[in-house]
Structures are given as structure tokens and as C-alpha cells.
Design a protein around this ligand. Structure first.
Ligand SMILES: [Zn+2]
Length: 444
């Protein structure tokens, strides 16, 4: 056994330990090409201003109504849907992102790691699989550090940052926002919100307020620093404003009860604004009113005929109502307009599978999984595409990977052994299956 292989298998054993420490939670994270692109527009300038490589931080959206944001495992920033939906202004969210980035650059996480149970399955494993990939490519130390950071996070419980850490993260955040050209005043909004909560018992405080303790000293320090900001009063990039509004509309459409969305729209000042049409189209889709959803989407596409995400939603409405050939047409348009989005390419692959165009589906899904590894939905579709193509070995391996990500290591190992029986011994797929088979807890 070579040193690299030994390191890798040790790392994989660690993965097994991490997964066992957390109950698997495959769900919980929202994956959406449009929203991820919007979040990246908001995070990238801050990360760059902080000297943090944007590709080195994974930003995840957790479907949780509590107002919270946190950094897990050193390099995974988690934003709750509750934060995005309750904070109406984009600059407040950018302020939270900048503050969390301040905790990363300040090294506060090494001393006070945050164990967030929800980050268990996909996020942690994605980080770890990336680390395993790094190890295979020869930079094992980096990978091991990432994994050990995760283990450290598990050992400690959720702890609040200290006042000194809060002050330093605030100061860093203002610097990053100034450098990124964003007015830092938005940071005060969230503190004002929490100040209003001080009269409540701790149970009713937002988790964010608990882990990022507020003091009047903190507010006045921040106020005086913001008063001197050269960016004070600077308008936000209209592009960020626009996509932020779209994100809010999309989250409302998908997360709120559709009946409630529609009744709220009846009272809206501008029921036919672009954002309200988006809310309506999604709500109608969720109520299975396909014709009305498509008609509403048509109005959005009249306004923005080259919007990949409106075409993507059209594809989704059509595919989920059993109109796969039309879905293919819509998704093709979306992919042509946004060729670098694996989630959309994967959706085209899924609709092609439904029409029987298996060869093209397999090519697209393989590429989507390569570009977005660890996404359970893509793995499920890729396994189906392999099965259609008669490649049972790769179908079993792909399912084993998906099941391992969900945390069921016994089933994953069983599937992996099945894949090993079907794949040529020593082939790349066989070796990956061998790694997964070694993940089973009773495999020592
Ligand atoms: Zn903080």
C-alpha cells in the first residue's frame, strides 16, 4: 500500500467517523443555479477584498426559517433561508457575509469551532471528498487539515464568539465592504433588529444573536467606524439589487404556502411587477395549475427572452407535468444561455432520459456530476442514465456514492461491492467502489 493510498484510506475512515457522529441529513440544503449565482455575486467581492480565494469557500443555503449564518469546517459558509427572507435589503446580507468572513480571516474558528448539526451530510462530505481529491492529487496535508478541522468542529459544542472576536469581525467587515465598494451601513440593520430582541428570553433570540453577542459597545464602535466610511451613501450595484430581488421572489414562491403567496399578491401594489409575476408563476406551478403557470412565465419571458432561469423554470414546470419533449426544448434554451451551470445541464439530462434520448442524457449527466460533485439529485439521474445504457456496474457505483453521501454507509458498501463485481478489476470505477466499500463501519 503506497503512502498516498494509506493516507487516503485513513482519511476515508475519518469520513466514516464523521458521518457516524452526525445523523444523516440529506435534505435541508437548497440547490438552485440562479440563487447560487446571486449569492456568488454578493460574496465574491467581499472574499476578494478579504484576500480569501472565492473558490476556497463553499457557500451553502440551508432551508431553515431561523435567522442565522455561520461558518462550519473553516471553509463552508452557511446562510439560512430565514436570513435571506427576513432581511429585506441586500446590503444587510452582504454585511452578514462580510462579518462571517471576518471570523474566517481572524482565525476565530480554529479556536472556537462551531459544530452545526445540520451541516453534517452533504456539506461536510463534499468538503471531505474535495479533500480526498486533493490528497490523491498530492496535496494531502491540505486535505487532512480540512478534515481535521471538521473533526474539531464536532468535538466542540456550539459556542458564542467572544466580544473581542465580534469587535474584530465587525472591524474587518467594514474594511472589506469599503474595499468592495459597498456602503457598510447595512450592517447596523441586523444589530438594530437584535437590539429589539434583548427584552426576550434567550429561547426567543435568533440563533445568530446568540452566537454573535451584541453589546451597546459593539454597536457604538460600529457606528463610529461606519460614519467614517468613504462608501457611506454609495448606491449598491443595481445588478446585485435586481438579482437579490429575484432571489427573494423565488424563495417566497418556493418556500411559502402557494395559496398564501397568491392571496398576498391580490393585495400587492404592483401585482404585475416582474418579481410578483415570478412569485405567482412558482406558486401556480406548485398548485399544479400548469396552464396558468406557463402563461405567467410567458409574460416573464416576453420581458426577458434571454433569461436562462426563466427558461429553466419553464423546463421544470413542463417536466414535472409530464411534458418531457417540451421540457427538453426549454432546458436546451436555458443551457445555451447559461452553459456553465451543471444543475441546469443535469435537468436537461433528466428530461432527455424521460424522452428516451439516453446517449445524450448520459454525456450531459456525467459532465454535470464532474462539475458539481456530491449533488444527490445529479447522482440519482446519472445512475438512472447508466442503468438505461446497460452499464450496471457504473449505475451501482454512482448509487453507492449517493447513498454514502446520505450517510447510510452499510448500504453504500453493499452497493459498492456489487459494483466491484461488475466493473473490471483495477479500473478507475472499481477503485472508487473499493474506497466506498472501505467506508462501512464494520470494515476494519
Ligand atoms: Zn460574529
Amino acid at each position: 500500500m503506497s503512502a498516498t493510498v494509506r493516507k487516503l484510506s485513513a482519511m476515508l475512515r475519518l469520513v466514516a467517523a464523521l458521518l457516524c457522529a452526525f445523523p444523516a441529513s440529506a435534505g435541508g440544503f437548497v440547490r438552485d443555479a440562479e440563487i447560487e449565482r446571486t449569492l456568488s455575486m454578493m460574496t465574491r467581492p467581499i472574499f476578494e477584498a478579504a484576500g480569501v480565494a472565492p473558490e476556497s469557500v463553499r457557500v451553502l443555503l440551508l432551508d431553515d426559517p431561523a435567522l442565522n449564518a455561520f461558518v462550519a469546517n473553516g471553509r463552508t459558509m452557511v446562510l439560512n433561508t430565514g436570513l435571506l427572507r427576513r432581511m429585506p435589503e441586500a446590503d444587510t446580507i452582504i454585511g452578514v457575509i462580510a462579518h462571517e468572513t471576518g471570523h474566517i480571516t481572524g482565525g476565530h474558528l480554529a479556536r472556537r469551532a462551531i459544530a452545526a448539526r445540520q451541516v453534517a451530510g452533504p456539506a461536510l462530505l463534499a468538503t471531505i471528498l474535495a479533500a480526498a481529491g486533493a490528497a490523491a492529487a498530492g496535496s494531502a496535508d491540505l486535505g487532512a487539515a480540512a478534515v481535521l478541522g471538521g473533526q474539531e468542529a464536532i468535538r466542540r459544542s456550539l459556542l458564542a464568539y467572544s466580544r473581542a472576536e465580534e469587535a474584530s469581525a465587525d472591524q474587518a467587515a467594514v474594511s472589506y465592504m469599503n474595499r468592495a465598494g459597498v456602503d457598510p451601513s447595512g450592517m447596523l440593520e441586523i444589530l438594530r433588529l437584535f437590539k429589539g430582541q434583548e427584552v426576550f428570553s434567550t429561547q426567543r433570540l435568533d440563533p445568530y444573536a446568540l452566537s454573535h453577542p451584541l453589546s451597546s459597545e459593539r454597536i457604538s464602535l460600529l457606528e463610529s467606524r461606519i460614519a467614517q466610511s468613504p462608501m457611506k451613501g454609495a448606491p449598491l450595484d443595481p445588478q446585485i439589487d435586481y438579482w437579490h430581488e429575484r432571489m427573494r421572489a423565488k424563495l417566497d414562491g418556493f418556500l411559502e404556502r402557494p395559496e398564501r403567496v397568491l392571496s398576498r399578491l391580490e393585495l400587492a401594489d404592483e401585482p404585475d411587477s416582474e418579481m410578483n409575476l415570478y412569485r405567482r408563476a412558482i406558486a401556480l406551478h406548485r398548485m399544479a395549475d400548469v396552464d396558468a403557470a406557463l402563461a405567467t412565465l410567458g409574460r416573464l419571458l416576453d420581458r426577458r427572452p434571454d433569461d436562462p432561469f426563466y427558461w429553466e423554470l419553464r423546463g421544470q414546470v413542463l417536466l414535472e407535468s409530464g411534458r418531457a419533449p417540451e421540457a427538453v426544448t426549454a432546458y436546451r434554451r436555458a443551457v445555451a444561455l447559461a452553459p456553465a451551470e451543471p444543475l441546469i445541464a443535469g435537468a436537461l439530462g433528466r428530461s432527455l432520459l424521460a424522452t428516451g434520448a439516453e446517449d445524450e442524457a448520459l454525456v450531459l449527466l456525467k459532465r454535470a456530476v464532474r462539475d458539481d460533485p456530491g449533488e444527490p439529485g445529479l447522482l440519482r439521474d446519472l445512475a438512472r442514465a447508466y442503468a438505461h445504457a446497460g452499464d450496471d456496474g457504473m449505475a451501482a457505483l454512482t448509487t453507492a456514492e449517493r447513498v454514502a453521501l446520505g450517510g447510510d454507509l452499510d448500504s453504500a458498501a453493499r452497493l459498492a461491492r456489487r459494483a466491484m463485481g461488475l466493473l473490471p478489476t483495477g479500473s478507475p470505477g472499481w477503485l472508487r467502489a473499493d474506497d466506498i466499500a472501505a467506508l462501512a463501519p464494520d470494515n476494519d
